[in-house]
Design a protein around this ligand. Structure first.
Ligand code: KIV
Ligand code: ZN
Length: 530
């Protein structure tokens, strides 16, 4: 087989993934994810939807300037203002791309756009031409393509390619297509668009019926050379095609796919970085990966039943179609304890995919030693939790100094919290609440002068056992914006308090909470109850 086909991996974790409720990230987190995607080897990073908010614009611009290897794309509706904003956001990239979309299905054209099909084609062509004057790399998406008339798709694709589109994307926007049907649609487009060879054909699939991966594979078999996906499959509603699933299928079933495609398929992703990237995305979004999730779920490589364990011990291939190492999941489950040295600790962090600067590694090591004093056994999961929790380089607006709670079945829960600001100001507050955690959150609200809506709150144990660390996650809402926070401690109230402060700090950094000025000595030791 001589023909080689490169399948481009277009990652939209930071756009389609991030725009879904519950997956928001702040700018520093988006940059961290973009760097991880770069290291993973994706071809395109869709860094956001520049017109959506000034925050989105800034983070795309920051990623475009900092992440130099992959193409950096920004999404735009087919309107000049969106395209101008996208261009301003990505123009600093080594390889910028403007991604223009307009809906092409009868239902979207009639009820959403209120445009006739000819007007849609006219707008698409005009906007692709407009974008092309700014940027050589233009992707055009026909939103809701799978519910569009295939002949209409061929017409619009042919005209936008003439206008300068270099990639044409076929989205199954509502996750409606069946795999054979979607493959057929790609074939029809390839056969019915006369200038198709001047563009890369791309597939963008959603998972509403659980077919996102199957549809993406059907698209590849039918000739698509780009697939759009997200880490952990996050995205609108049921999510997008999961990057880890498409990459590991291409690797594990290479012989089958190569035969089906009559070509050797290649992709530039380094699969050994999948596990670390998946953990990073889960950690910054606060969205846990379901335990039975293909490839990256906790149970994906776990063999519980005796028969399976016996089989795997005799020959791994009895029940393992891919190795944990191939996704970078450390087999090394050897536990660390308080006598473990710095070298073993540094090595394990590297195996887990963390590349921490010296200051942060030092902090994690300190936290590890403290934890090892409380817990006999420190597992990989514990280390990951500590490494994620290490304070970022910029000093946080507020840090926990101490807290006291008083709670029980016959008294109202009360808390006293003391926080220290980045410039050393100390503030204390006492509050009551509906339980100790509520009392703590109320006291923090009093200190920072805000009353966010608590949208989501969970505490999970990082490992088994009574001495396990608790990992708390909160999501707060202030008007239209949501902020995530995370905290880890063997004391679940402390973990919750830390998570809440983390989210508050995010909101302050984003300008959603305006820091209150120091008003005098009374405020420093305010003790009013709420
Ligand atoms: O699902 C979709 O149609 C999209 C497009 C904007 C590409 O996300
Ligand atoms: Zn989408």
């Amino acid at each position: 087989m001589n023909t080689v086909r490169t399948i481009r991996i277009f990652d939209t974790t930071l756009r389609d993934g991030e725009q879904a409720p519950g997956f928001s990230m702040n700018q520093a987190e988006k940059l961290e994810v973009a760097r991880a995607l770069d290291a993973l080897g994706v071809d395109v990073i869709e860094a956001g939807f520049a017109i959506a908010s000034p925050g989105d614009f800034d983070s795309i611009q920051q990623i475009a300037r900092a992440v130099r290897r992959p193409i950096i794309a920004s999404l735009s509706r087919a309107v000049e203002r969106d395209i101008d904003t996208s261009w301003e956001a990505v123009r600093g990239a080594e390889r910028p791309r403007i991604h223009v979309f307009i809906a092409t299905s009868p239902i979207h054209m009639q009820y959403k756009l209120k445009m006739k099909p000819d007007e849609v084609i006219e707008r698409a062509v005009a906007m692709v031409r407009y974008a092309k004057r700014k940027c050589p790399d233009i992707e055009f998406s026909a939103e809701d393509a799978s519910r569009s008339d295939p002949a209409f798709l061929c017409r619009i694709f042919s005209e936008v390619i003439d206008a300068g589109a270099t990639t044409i994307n076929v989205p199954d926007t509502v996750g409606y297509a069946m795999p054979s049907e979607f493959g057929e649609l790609i074939r029809t487009i390839r056969a019915g668009t006369p200038n198709i060879d001047a563009a890369v054909v791309s597939a963008h699939c959603h998972n509403d019926l659980g077919f996102a991966l199957a549809n993406s594979l059907a698209a590849i078999e039918a000739g698509a050379d780009q697939v759009e996906c997200t880490m952990n499959g996050i995205g609108e509603r049921a999510g997008n095609t999961a990057l880890e699933e498409i990459v590991m299928t291409m690797r594990t079933r290479a012989a089958y796919l190569n035969a089906a495609c009559g070509a050797e398929l290649r992709c530039g992703v380094d699969s050994s970085k999948i596990y670390a990237t998946s953990r990073l995305v889960s950690s910054v979004t606060g969205a846990r990966v379901q335990p039975n999730k293909a490839i990256v779920g906790d149970n994906a490589f776990a063999h519980e039943s005796g028969i399976h364990q016996h089989g795997v011990l005799s020959n791994r291939e009895t029940y393992e179609i891919m190795t944990p190492e191939s996704i970078g999941l450390p087999r090394n489950k050897m536990v660390l304890g308080k006598h473990s040295g710095r070298h073993a600790f540094d090595e394990r962090l590297k195996e887990l995919g963390f590349q921490l600067d010296q200051g942060r590694a030092e902090l994690v090591f300190e936290a590890f030693k403290t934890l090892a004093d409380k817990k006999k056994i420190v597992t990989n999961r514990d280390l990951e939790a500590l490494a994620r929790d290490a304070v970022p380089s910029a000093p946080a607006a507020w840090q926990l100094e101490r807290f006291i709670i008083n709670s029980g079945t016959t008294i109202a829960a009360t808390s006293a919290i003391s926080l220290v600001s980045a410039d050393g100001e100390k503030r204390e507050q006492v509050a009551i609440g509906d339980g100790p955690i509520d009392a703590c959150f109320n006291a923090i609200d009093g200190i920072v002068g805000a009353k966010p809506l608590l949208e989501d709150f969970s505490v999970d144990s990082v490992t088994d056992g009574k001495d396990a660390q608790g990992e708390a996650r909160v999501r707060i809402r202030l008007s239209e914006q949501t902020f995530n926070g995370r905290g880890v401690s063997t004391d679940v109230v402390e973990a919750s308090v830390r998570a809440y402060i983390d989210a508050i700090n995010d909101a302050i950094e984003d300008g959603a909470i305006v820091p209150r000025p120091v008003a005098g000595a009374e405020q420093e030791r305010s003790t009013q109850c709420q």
